[in-house]
Design a protein around this ligand. Sequence first.
Ligand code: ZN
Ligand code: ZN
Length: 512
Amino acid sequence: MPTRTLLRRIHSTRQQIPLLPTRSLFSLFKRAPSKPESKPILSQDDLFHPFSVSPFPALVARGEAIKSLAPCPICASHHARTKAQPRAVAFECPDCGWPTHCTEEHWRADKDHSKYCSRLREVNEDEHDLRSGRRLREFELPGLQDTEAAISFSNWDVFWYTRNFPSMDAERSRRHASKLLTYPITIGSVMHQYSPLTLGNQRLTPEGSRSLAALRLTLHGPTGTPETEEASIDKPQMRIFILGARAESSLPPHVWEQLTLLFPAALFHLYFIGPQVSLPKPPAPTTGDSPSEAASQTTSTSSDPQPEAESSASKPDEEKPIYLPNVYEPPTPAPISRHKRTRSSIERYGVPSYTVPYTPQLTITGMQCNYHEVHGQFQDTFDPYTDLFFMFSPGFGFPSPTSTSDLTGEPLLQVASPTEWGLVLPLLLATKCPIFVTGFSPTDVERDVKSLSLVPGVAGEFDWVITPGENAFGSEKWEVADFDPRVMVKTNWGIWAIRGKRRDVRERRSAF
Ligand SMILES: [Zn+2]
Ligand SMILES: [Zn+2]
């Protein structure tokens, strides 16, 4: 495969690899059912099934998708010599159940497959376990934190323990739960006063310490004040702008609520902004028309403890694709469930958008557009005490699929491309609010960080807030690329952060 094609493929894969694979899977993440436990379809000692004979149509479909996309690695290694097109994978490895080679002969000839086989088997079993019908206790999320008990952010284990999750005694449960929670808890763990990223371990810089001190003043209140809901009454909202959002914008709101429960005395407004932000389903048709819908929205009260008006709940799944391959230009995630307080925000922001006041502590807005289209609406309001940006695997260092250099005709890196981040980063740096970035592997983080030095208006214009390194709250689950099952990454493996450089001493406020 020519390098360019490979890069494009990897680039495209970046956009889907960190995602939860299919919409239908999200139904697993709904609140814990109160109905009695039903008998599992698969028992815990019966989780391994080659994809082609899986009892679950979505997994059969995934195997088919891989067969149509992935070249046989042995054929591909001969390709350079013979120029013959590699054949697609068709043979399923009996040990991991994935289609891995064109034939059994090439499977036997591949000395490298043993490096991947056990991980692939683990993913195969995880996927069957998710659908097995067992009670998924690891998705039963805790409510309010006991005010006397401090949360520890050293790692997932002590976090779950101190946050009163059901015990996670199986590696499989840990993988499922870390994948579900990596987005909200990554954000919470860097912002929290007990963050594992500190000056002491040199993950936090002195400049970064000032940025976080400002945010923590709003999040926790001055030292010694009680962190209670009452203490939040006249606080400003923390605004978290999640740019280039994809899968994270379609996580159910009760999963995002886990972020707010880490900070009992803070109010949050999450903004998902990006061309692939998931928007709500259209309102369910009613016997009347819009007035009745408006009435039903206003009659809902904020005292509802479990606001889950799932318009999807009564609908069959037939409208959903069985399996969406995680390659090429992925479509925008399917519409998210419409919450009963969901309302359109198109008049307010001028782009397809919605807002959900989910709990008194949490408001969520989604906007389906490029960030630079709406920056002007916020630019005079940014405040380093309340505002921050998050970008989950933005792919700065990947080539743009659409923009090329006028000089060389080569694709521009996304960090410099006008269709991706080229217009955005200078705007973010000008706000002086911190910008947090994750990556799915050491290589991915390094590629994104290096790309910053190549862009005028970015290079030399920022201070480090958090130095690049591993994220204690990344997903522990391997995500496998359908175009090549040897490619595996972990969502939010690493994290780093920067902030626009402050030069003008006269403009400094006390904390900056
Ligand atoms: Zn082959
Ligand atoms: Zn195998």
